[in-house]
Design a binder for this molecule. Structure first.
Ligand SMILES: [Zn+2]
Length: 280
């Protein structure tokens, strides 16, 4: 029962947070984050009452159309909300920071709620990190930019993460920022020297620096490897899908870096064990 309750709370919290992330995705590039706090219909500008603005639920009740002007509501909204909900539920399982112990009834002590602060910081770190990367990825997919407030935000917050996170050392983190920026900057520079065009945006450079800061330099190689392989596979998929085999298919690299970082953060141990069990 404890497990079900924990997962339920985490899922609900994730759905609500996902709803907030949708607002970030919409407003950060527009620079309207702090303006008119109430939600407006993006099609006609009408105010959306709270009961039509519930995560996931409202989308299905409205059957994907706005009540005010029956404009189609993007699938992005419920998708981001569901993804965040599942993410939070997984993180709650992965970093069980709340322990409920049966107390001693003879002494009149019922249940004791204990908080494991190390797991708590790991949970918070993973939660904030994944949310920032999710917002950055969707904005990059839609507009081919990664707003500085997200990538530089990660870098600026790195000292706080080092101070609070139980497993991250400052040397590893500092090296992560410097190498993360350096590696992609070198790649971008080489590409420019060879082909005289911009192959990689400076946004990606800043994002990888932030990832290096939050995960440590040890993460950089696996993150770049996962990003390159998954990016190439998706790129080939898009080429086949659109039947454009020549010329360029412009895919942003940011979402793949984010994907690599989340895979490293959440499954690094499992992947290592898999390698070892395969005798490599
Ligand atoms: Zn409307």
């Amino acid at each position: 029962m404890n497990l079900v309750a924990t997962l339920g709370i985490a899922l609900l919290l994730g759905l609500v947070t996902g709803s907030f992330l949708n607002v970030c995705i919409l407003r950060i590039p527009e620079g309207t984050f702090f303006k008119n706090t109430r939600s407006h219909c993006p099609a006609c500008g009408a105010l959306i009452p709270w009961y039509l603005n519930l995560p996931v639920f409202s989308f299905f009740v409205l059957r994907g159309r706005a009540r005010c002007c029956s404009a189609k509501i993007s699938w992005q909204y419920p998708l981001i909300e569901c993804a965040t909900g599942l993410l939070f539920a997984y993180l709650a399982l992965r970093f069980p920071f709340i322990e409920i112990k049966q107390g001693d009834f003879a002494q009149g002590v019922g249940r004791i709620i204990a908080i494991d602060s190390n797991e708590g910081w790991r949970f918070l770190h993973a939660m904030v990190f994944c949310c920032v990367l999710l917002v950055a990825s969707v904005i990059d997919l839609r507009l081919m930019i990664i707003p500085d407030v997200l990538s530089l935000g990660l870098i600026v917050l790195t000292p706080v993460v080092v101070a609070l996170h139980p497993d991250l050392g400052w040397r590893s983190s500092l090296l992560g920022v410097v190498l993360g920026a350096g590696i992609l900057y070198a790649v971008a520079w080489t590409y420019w020297l060879l082909r005289h065009e911009v192959g990689m945006g400076f946004g990606d450079v800043k994002l990888l620096a932030g990832i290096g800061g939050w995960l440590g330099y040890e993460a950089l190689f696996p993150v770049i490897l996962t990003a390159s392989v998954s990016g190439s596979l998706v790129g080939i998929g898009v080429m086949i899908w659109t039947r454009k085999f020549h010329g360029k298919t412009a895919l942003p690299f940011g979402p793949f870096l984010a994907f690599g970082a989340v895979v490293y953060l959440l499954f690094n141990q499992e992947i290592k064990e898999l390698w070892i069990s395969m005798g490599l």
